[in-house]
Design a protein. Sequence first.
Lengths: 434, 228
Amino acid sequence: MTEGARAVLDAAKVPDARRATREFVAQASRDAAFQLEACVHCGQCADACHFHRVSGDPRHTPIYKLRPMLKAYRRETAPFSSLKKRLGLAPPELTSEELHEWSELLYDSCNLCGRCTLVCPMGIDIASLVRRAREGMTAGGFAPTDLYKAAERALETGSPIGLRWPALKRQIELQEQETGLKVPIDVEGAEYLVVLTSIEIMGFPEAIGALARIFRQAGASWTLPSAGFEATNVGVQMGSREVAAALLQRIVDAAERLKVKTVISPECGHAYSALRWEGPNLLGRRYGFEVVQIVELLDRFVREGRLRLRGKDARRLTFHDPCQLVRRGGITEAPRRLMDGVSANQVEMPGAGAANFCCGGGGGVSAIHRAEGLRFAAFEIKKQQIDATGAEALVTACGNCRNVLEEAIEHYGMTLPVLGLTELVAQYLDDERR
Amino acid sequence: MSAVELLQLARGPALWASLAVLAAGSLWRIAGILRLGERPDLSEPRSTRLFAGAMRGIFVRMVPRKGFRDRVGPSLWYGYAYHVGLAVIVFGYAPHIQFVARLTGLAWPALPEAVVFPIVGVTFAALFLALLERLTDPVRRLLSGFDDYFSWFVVLLPLATGMIAIHQSYAPGAPPAPPLYPLPLAIHLLSVELLFLWLPFGKLSHAFLVFASRGITGAALARKGAAL
């Protein structure tokens, strides 16, 4: 564990508003400051947020959640802040009580889903600012305890749920028996390095077998690493660049050790954001390999004719867009092309694509126990979208979304199965034409 | 001080002083943000057309996005009404064009009063509806503070004082002949100067910050190939 990451975990033991303030100020870079300053308090982001929509609590207005960071910025570093301090017009110093209160606003009631960003008439990237504000909260010791614990487990064991290589190895062996295919481990020089999430490994291990079948038909060399296999990045979710970088380094080490050309980000929205967009900035250097999301890869294989599909699912299927893939990641069309290939009866939700609602569990919310009630309440909005389609099954491309959707579906007494897109594609592979 | 002397002050030193504060304050604010710096983004971009993304970001956010439009509410229309209304009044009303022409030599055709005056009414009403919503809607009330209300006030004031000054200013023969009733015009000018003085420091600075904010997000989302 790096010293920086250790310091982050220690911060939770002694919360300190001044430490949080320093980090809020450090996070207020040029681009963030232009955006913090630009808000005209129109309140349009409130209605874009599913948490505000279900709670009606004005404190759940996305831009309001940034108030501690804004106050710290205005007091310490904004233009005219020195003058305002002298005149007694600067905001007061942040207090621990205030930051404890804001922990619920910045974590429990925000999935970093980015709907607020898309609706803001001033073009403020509110989701990105919340991500930055979480850095301050975590550094100060005000992030939810569950996330500190998950970070500690991830740093110590490699996985936020404490999953180690023997457990993955066992799941791989079961999938090898199931499919009759060998899953390559630590193969140096493979074209693709596949990393997984703990949720997939324990909850949806069929994804491993599906990948084996897909790579076999595509004729592509691939491998899983025995070290650095975990793609989940709790550091990005809680807002700690030290934790995020330490976790990410393991994947980069595996990719460099095995000399792969491409790292495949699995079915996980935040893993994709962490690996594809934040990673090089967290590590302070560009990668020597490409990062491709599994859905993009499957789409590429199908379009290149390397994957051939046969038959289609006749059920009425609808695709749930993981926020970090579509709104925050730009992957909108690829899953739809794949769905067209495997579904005879695909129907879109209202607002599908960029305006789709989050499952309610993104941004680390699914790992915060105290947020469970609010998360289930927020699902009401997602439920309305799903109900409008009359779908018989839901498909998604994120293990966390899948897990959260399944829990919420059970909570609401619905009977809809939730499928992973990779497994669905594997199910309709034309194995005879290999 | 007589009304004529007040007008001379408003037309001369006060005007230039307020314009100087407007320019210097705006530049200071922008420079103060720029000095914070930004690290380069090292991730591999999906698109390198960042300038185009920034430009698109600036323009597409003028209209709410499909999927969000139906729930934006009436405040959207108040917003359009007073922004467009103020632009029409400032740039379309003949005495304003003459005022700019006297200062800079630049002039353009004016809109007829039959067009401008109803727009003044609409703008006035829209500003009051916007204030009413800010005071009554729980979200806007929670977000709002002194800056929001004072900014509203300094926008309304020139509109109100301008309405009082309408048709009172000049004898036949027009400027630069002295106005018949200098006091309303002096107050109107001073109210505009108050707006100039406040603009760089409060929420009215969104007049220039909007381009930076929208442009930054437009470029960032374009970089990822995401919807703007």
